[in-house]
Each structure stands twice: as structure tokens, then as C-alpha cells.
Design a protein around this ligand. Structure first.
Ligand code: SF4
Length: 404
């Protein structure tokens, strides 16, 4: 089975890249880099690479269009080499998220069922293609019955493989109609699964073998143009990282170190989101309800999700607004423990592990709610501040007495 060459130019992450462009794909990375930077279009490639990194660091959801699509293959391979050499989980996640979202947008814009079918075949997905689309059920939307139609069914094993890292409830197999081992899947949901394939393809470029990475880096940094590009990306990241670190320290109480008031279960979710990792359904609900309970503005809560692979601002905004209207209460500790989101052991947090003193001096109270953690920490901070103020006052009075 052969797919059109144009499709590989448009989607260079397809396995057929190796077949069609074996002259490029089989080269050693250092040879490939030398080659790229000896050609007249190298400036354009570097510019485009920088646009991708800047877009990822700025949390954009699409990559501005590449002027010359014929360069997309070189851009894709160089991008992978850079992600490998930069060896930074945060950067890798951001690039993987952005590049895969862009792949989704392209498929959506192309809106071609036959191209989507070719992509599936190239990825060796076992799919059935129906043209015209087939009807497989109805969906009730308020009082209207909406026909469910699709061009595709996908073999359930392939579906599960691709969907295994996706956390949304509706992607669970139980929520999708299945017949003779094939899952009915809407075109857009199929594109979303392929987006996940692209994301994972970039993610697996990370290495444990730091020694090989070091010697590879030494070798490729001898190529001046690559070195300049590599250093430029590092310097943009260094500047952006500061802003990024700050995004979770939203000042709602007048204190700048609000993060230290949060319990480990919350810190862990914010950390994962910050690294661009996917969050499970319960993590998403909990963090929304927790932040809303602390009266975070809706747009700040939405921003927490902006680094996630499947982020959709409009949808998230709607969900956060809805949660705010419903005034949901965040899970208590016992619930968080039962769904394995309690992180007291991982963070070895004393307040979570040992509880806190009650009025009854012999008794210690068990922490039962993450919001209580914030209240107790805040109370302790205020007491500490009060103590320090009084201490300073006493010391001043002492020294005035001695001098006078
Ligand atoms: S004890 Fe409660 S507040 Fe502390 S990490 Fe566990 S769930 Fe969170």
C-alpha cells in the first residue's frame, strides 16, 4: 500500500517518510545537520524552527504557517534532533504538545476523509472506511435527536493503544459503540487519536543515555549554525521559564509565595500541568474545584490547563464557569486517598502525615481536607509573622532601654 508523496510532505511524522525520503531519513543526524546548513534554504529552516520553539514557549496552540511546505520534512527532523539535544522534559512536552496539536489542526483544515484514511493505513491502523458515511446511533441533545454518522470504524486493540494515554471519560471503550471488534469513531475523534500518536512520537525521543547524548552534542555543536540555533533556543527558554515559573504563584492573598500554602496533592497536579503532562479526570476536577474554592478568577484556573496536550480554551472555560456556578466542593482527604491523589508520603509533609494540635493539648487532629491545609498554613504564617514582629519590637525596646 502506497500513500501520496504529498501527504508525507504535509505530515512528515508518517512512517512512510523513511520509504520516500530514505536519502534524508537514513542519514546520521550529524550528517543531516551539516547538509541542512550547507544549503541555501537553511536560514528559512532555522527561522521556522525558532517560530516553533517560541510558539511552544508562549503556549500557542498552532504553529504559524510554514511558507515553503517542501521544507516541512527538514524542519521535522531537525526539530526532533533539537528536542533530543536540549534534553529538557518541560521543553520536550511543550514541543510535543504544540506539534501534535498543529497536526490535528492541519487534518481538521484539510477535512479530507480519504487523506485521513491514507494516514491510518500508513500508521498500520486497522480501520474500515465508509464512503458515504454510515449511521451508527442517535444522540439526544436536549429535545433533539441527533444522528450519529461516521466514515470510520477502528479495530478495538488499535483504538485502545492510541487512547491509552488519553484521560477523558468519553474516550473509554465502554462509552463508544463497538461491533465485531471495531469501534465506531467520529472523524474528529480519530484525528485526536492520531494527534496523540504524533505527541508520543516526539516524547519518546528523550534519552536515559546521558553519555551518548553528551558526545553527540559535542559533535553537532561543532557545526556553527546549529550551535547558534541551539544557543538561541536555550536563551529564549531561560527568559520565558521565569514567566512560566511565576504563573502558578498567583497572588490572591497579597502574599507572593502562595504556592507554599498548598498541600502536596495540589502541588503535584500543578507540577504535572506545568510540565505539560496529561491529567486524569479526577485531577482536573479536583484542581478546578480547589482553585475556585480559593476564589481564583476563572481565566487563571483555565490558564492552569493551557499547557496540557488536549487543551481547548473555549471548552475549558465553559467547564470552569459551569463548576463555578454549581459551587462544587473539592474532594476531602479520604476521597483523595481512595483515588490515589493524596501525595503526603511522596512529599513527606508533616502537617498531612502528623496532623495538627487541637485545643486539647494531648490530642492531635487528623487533617481531613486540603482546604484546611491552606487555612492552617495561613494561620501558622500569620502567627509566625506576629511573633517576628513582637520579637523585633521587644528587641528594639531592649536596645532603647540599654542606650537610654
Ligand atoms: S493528606 Fe489531604 S491535603 Fe495532604 S496530600 Fe493527602 S489529600 Fe492532600
Amino acid at each position: 500500500m502506497s500513500i501520496p508523496t504529498d501527504l508525507v510532505n504535509r505530515y512528515p511524522w508518517l512512517p512512510s517518510l523513511k520509504r520516500f525520503y530514505s536519502d534524508i531519513a537514513d542519514k546520521l543526524p550529524s550528517e543531516f545537520i551539516s547538509d541542512i546548513f550547507s544549503k541555501s534554504d537553511s536560514k528559512q529552516i532555522s527561522e521556522h524552527i525558532l517560530i516553533i520553539f517560541e510558539s511552544a514557549f508562549n503556549n500557542l496552540e498552532d504553529i504559524p504557517n510554514l511558507k515553503d511546505e517542501n521544507l516541512s520534512i527538514q524542519v521535522y527532523i531537525l526539530l526532533n534532533i533539537l528536542v533530543y539535544t536540549l534534553d529538557n522534559k518541560l521543553i520536550t512536552n511543550r514541543i510535543a504538545n504544540l506539534y501534535s496539536k498543529d497536526a490535528y489542526s492541519k487534518m481538521e483544515r484539510d477535512n479530507s476523509e480519504s487523506a485521513l484514511y491514507d494516514i491510518c493505513l500508513d500508521l498500520e491502523l486497522r480501520v474500515n472506511f465508509y464512503d458515504p458515511p454510515i449511521r451508527y446511533g442517535n444522540k439526544m441533545l436536549k429535545d433533539n435527536r441527533e444522528k450519529q454518522v461516521t466514515n470510520f470504524t477502528i479495530y478495538y486493540i488499535d483504538y485502545l493503544k492510541l487512547a491509552s494515554h488519553l484521560r477523558d471519560e468519553y474516550r473509554k471503550l465502554a462509552h463508544n459503540p463497538l461491533e465485531n471488534g471495531y469501534v465506531y469513531i467520529k472523524n474528529r475523534s480519530l484525528m485526536r487519536l492520531i494527534q496523540e500518536y504524533v505527541r508520543n512520537k516526539i516524547l519518546i525521543e528523550e534519552t536515559e543515555d546521558k553519555a551518548s547524548l553528551k558526545s553527540f552534542l559535542e559533535e553537532v555543536l561543532k557545526i556553527q549554525e546549529f550551535k547558534e540555533l541551539y544557543e538561541k533556543i536555550n536563551s529564549i527558554w531561560a527568559k520565558r521559564k521565569e514567566d512560566f515559573d511565576f504563573t502558578f504563584k498567583i497572588d490572591i492573598t497579597g502574599k507572593t509565595d502562595i504556592l507554599k500554602l498548598y498541600p502536596p496533592c495540589v502541588k503535584e497536579i500543578l507540577k504535572k500541568a506545568g510540565e505539560g503532562q496529561n491529567l486524569v479526570h479526577y485531577e482536573r476536577l479536583f484542581i478546578v474545584w480547589f482553585l475556585l474554592a480559593l476564589e481564583y478568577p476563572v481565566e487563571k484556573v483555565v490558564d492552569v490547563f493551557s499547557t496540557l496536550p488536549d487543551f481547548d480554551r473555549e471548552k475549558t472555560n465553559y467547564q470552569v464557569e459551569y463548576a463555578k456556578k454549581k459551587k462544587y466542593v473539592p474532594y476531602q482527604c479520604s476521597t483523595l486517598q481512595s483515588i490515589t491523589l493524596c501525595m503526603k508520603e511522596k512529599y513527606k509533609d508533616k502537617l498531612c502525615q502528623e496532623g495538627y494540635g487541637s485545643k486539647e493539648l494531648t490530642e492531635r487532629k487528623k487533617l481531613n481536607h486540603p482546604l484546611n491545609y491552606v487555612r492552617i498554613k495561613q494561620y501558622r504564617d500569620e502567627k509566625e509573622e506576629e511573633y517576628l514582629k513582637n520579637k523585633a519590637k521587644r528587641e528594639l525596646e531592649e536596645s532603647q532601654k540599654q542606650n537610654g
